[in-house]
Design a protein around this ligand. Structure first.
Ligand code: ADP
Ligand code: MG
Length: 680
């Protein structure tokens, strides 16, 4: 295929200067560019049976003229031409405006092809296109985005180019794959895309293009990952597995199978002679922290320093306390570093970090600031990794020489998508929840039930539990978010006056103020916490068992699920109430998904299908590759198949050994060279 990239369109026989200019204007330089200049949609002129047409549907029909046309002018230069045609057993009237040139050509008994809007009640078609010869192959017209260039001319050049250079088109896909999926050949592809005879051809063409695109992408990333792995060599970490096992044994609970599996994957990575780059995704509450701790322990046993970074001070503090508790009986030096730790304390920590006295440090962004230097950093772990930018993760990583890296994410995304978005990482998933977890009961109610809701809050607090109330997110305006939150806050304060304390948390508070409110909630000095979505991720207030989300339809499913994950953290039954006066069925359907499942993975898939990957990831962290033809949502199944094939091709090493794969391999090598800087 790459050959065609080197042949310029000037080589097309008989191409005019003007046309060359036109094509250049479209960014088309080579034959390759031209053949891959795909239409963005197709106009349908497929002849249909009028009996099956809907009112106002655009149809194309072929029929015999039954009556002499009636023609008259009205106004200046305006004309109307009408006649009847016979379609099988139905007579339909055809109305054509401003086609006076056809007046003498329409004759009784002639066959005509008409495209236009079918007005069923009146039994007439308002013609947009009227042709005296039956259509041949142009029943489906590709529509291209072309500036000042008529499709007909464009297709003429396309036809010429295809004829002249067809024999130079390389087939990148091996025959075995083409056979396996009954894909059309690459030659047919261009024929079908630009000159389709029917919709089946277009479908076949798209199937092939998408598969090919996704397969190539996956292969490219896998080859790249392999290479990176092999390039970034490190000293493999040496630790005694039995020590790690003993540590796991003394934990107050048994690891779930998934936790054990992921732990093994990580420990294996650490022992390998090249850098670990692994994403662990697991639902809120699936127990990622302890997996991180085990890794830190193994790292410590290998005589390296470890580092755990969290997005907020509250979370960092929480991890710090939990680490100290977990390693109480071990001689491990653990310290906390946040931006609130200043002066002498900070200086001592930085010194001890540099001289190797500290074994494990946990903290916030403060860890990536200048002046934070390690003695021998071996492992970094980034919790709630999506809250950090790529750069921040990179800076942390570069605090050591060759550092193993583990990223934790509580936003599960469908595995294949994860493998695509994070194609340069290995991905582990914890799907299973620790035993004994009660499902969070989730209900969808409308705001008229507010009184009952208040009673329910009352009941929950009487049982010594606490409540979160999340107020809607209004994208256009942070101020309105705030107003909303204040409004709800005032309302609840009024209701529960003299009985319970209500707190308010929102984005306009300073970090200090936020921490204060949060602290009061942790200590149950506040029973009801009204908050915008700033309510911190990962925060563990075991005593909170009711989550109320107002105007739930304003949130994405994944986000609702995250919010819901703030409760259900103890063995108490927890509840999530979604309040929404949804207006349509689609919204209800979306929210209903939450009432039916507690699995973030299932929700993620549903959400992805409903909203598409762009929205799904939010603007902050799209990270998704762009595809020419394939759509990661609609073509999810092709993506999965392509992924499996790619793995097989890499694992069997066929890409490099089987001559059938030569073209594919060549393509990938070229791509990797061309996009070098992209991956550096
Ligand atoms: P997340 O994956 O959301 O970070 P955490 O690591 O905070 O979840 O774990 C949530 C809670 O579950 C913690 O209180 C933790 O001690 C507990 N936990 C973790 N693993 C297990 C297990 N295997 N059995 C029982 N409880 C567990
Ligand atoms: Mg966590």
């Amino acid at each position: 295929m790459n050959k065609l990239k080197t042949i310029e369109i000037e080589q097309i026989n008989g191409i005019s200067k003007r046309m060359i200019e036109h094509l250049h204007n479209q960014g088309i330089e080579s034959i390759y560019d031209l053949l891959y200049y795909f239409p963005y949609r197709y106009e349908n002129y497929e002849v249909i049976n009028i009996n099956r047409a809907l009112d106002n549907e655009k149809v194309t029909v072929v029929g015999q003229v039954m009556t002499e046309p009636v023609f008259y002018f009205y106004g200046r230069n305006r004309s109307r031409l009408t006649f009847s045609i016979l379609l099988n057993d139905v007579v339909v009237k055809v109305v054509a405006f401003n086609r006076h040139f056809l007046k003498n050509k329409i004759r009784k008994n002639l066959d005509v092809t008409v495209t236009g809007k079918y007005e069923k009640q009146k039994g007439q078609i308002i013609a947009q296109k009227l042709s005296l010869k039956p259509f041949e192959n142009d029943r489906i017209e590709p529509v291209y985005s072309l500036k000042n260039l008529h499709r007909t001319y464009f297709l003429n050049v396309m036809k010429k180019a295809l004829k002249q250079f067809k024999h130079l088109v390389d087939e990148d896909l091996p025959l075995s794959i083409i056979d396996k999926y009954r894909l059309i050949s690459i030659e047919d592809l261009f024929q079908f895309v630009h000159f389709p005879v029917n919709y089946e051809q277009i479908r076949q063409a798209m199937r092939r293009v998408k598969y090919e695109e996704l397969l190539k992408f996956q292969l490219k990333m896998m080859v790249l990952k392999d290479r990176e792995h092999k390039n970034i060599k490190k000293k493999s970490k040496e630790f005694d597995n039995s020590f790690v096992d003993n540590f796991i044994k003394q934990l107050p609970f048994l690891l779930t199978n998934d936790q054990q599996k992921v732990t093994n994957e990580i420990l294996l990575d650490m022992k390998k002679p090249y850098q670990m780059n692994r994403l662990v995704q697991g639902d809120v509450g699936s127990g990622k922290t302890v997996v991180a701790f085990i890794s830190l322990y193994a790292n410590y046993l290998s005589h390296y320093q470890g580092c755990l970074m969290a997005p907020t001070e509250i979370l960092a503090e929480q991890h710090f306390q939990y680490l100290k508790k977990t390693f109480k009986h071990y001689q491990i030096e653990i310290k906390l570093l946040t931006s609130s730790i200043t002066g002498k304390n900070r200086r001592i920590i930085l010194e001890d970090l540099q001289n190797g006295k500290i074994d494990i440090i946990v903290g916030t962004h403060a860890l990536i600031s200048e002046g934070v230097n390690f003695n021998q950093l071996g492992l970094i772990i980034v919790d709630e990794q999506h809250r950090f930018g790529v750069n921040q993760r990179k800076i942390l990583r570069e605090k050591g020489e060759v550092v193993d890296a583990l990223f934790l994410s509580a936003t599960p995304i469908p595995r294949t998508l994860a493998l695509t978005a994070f194609a340069d990482m290995d991905v582990s998933s914890i799907k299973e929840m620790p035993k004994g977890r009660k499902l969070i009961k989730t209900y969808l109610i409308n705001s008229q039930l507010e009184l009952r809701l208040i009673q329910f809050i009352d009941k929950i607090i009487k049982e010594k539990q606490q409540v979160y109330v999340i107020t809607p997110l209004i994208e256009e305006s942070e101020n309105m978010d705030l107003e909303n939150a204040i409004h709800v806050y005032e309302k609840y304060k009024q209701y529960f006056k003299g009985r319970y304390e209500v707190g308010l948390l929102h984005g306009k508070l300073s970090n200090n103020e936020k921490e204060k409110v949060m602290e009061q909630f942790v200590q149950n000095k506040i029973q009801i916490l009204v908050s915008t979505t700033v309510v911190e991720v990962g925060v563990n207030v075991l005593n909170a068992s009711l989550m109320i989300i107002i105007d739930a339809h304003r949130f994405g499913l994944a986000q609702l699920h995250q919010l819901r994950g703030r409760v259900g953290r103890s063995n108490k039954q927890s509840y999530c109430i979604l309040v929404s006066d949804y207006e349509n069925d689609k919204t209800k359907k979306r929210l209903d998904i939450l009432t039916k499942t507690n699995s973030g993975f299932e929700i993620a898939e549903a959400d992805l299908r409903l909203r598409g990957p762009g929205d799904f990831f939010g603007s902050r962290q799209s990270g998704l590759p762009e595809f020419k033809m394939a759509d990661l949502v609609d073509d999810y199944h092709i993506l999965e198949v392509a992924r499996e094939d790619a793995i097989m091709i890499i694992e069997t090493n066929e890409l490099f050994t089987n001559p059938e794969y030569f073209a594919l391999r060549y393509y990938i090598e070229q791509e990797l060279i061309e996009n070098q800087e992209l991956f550096d």
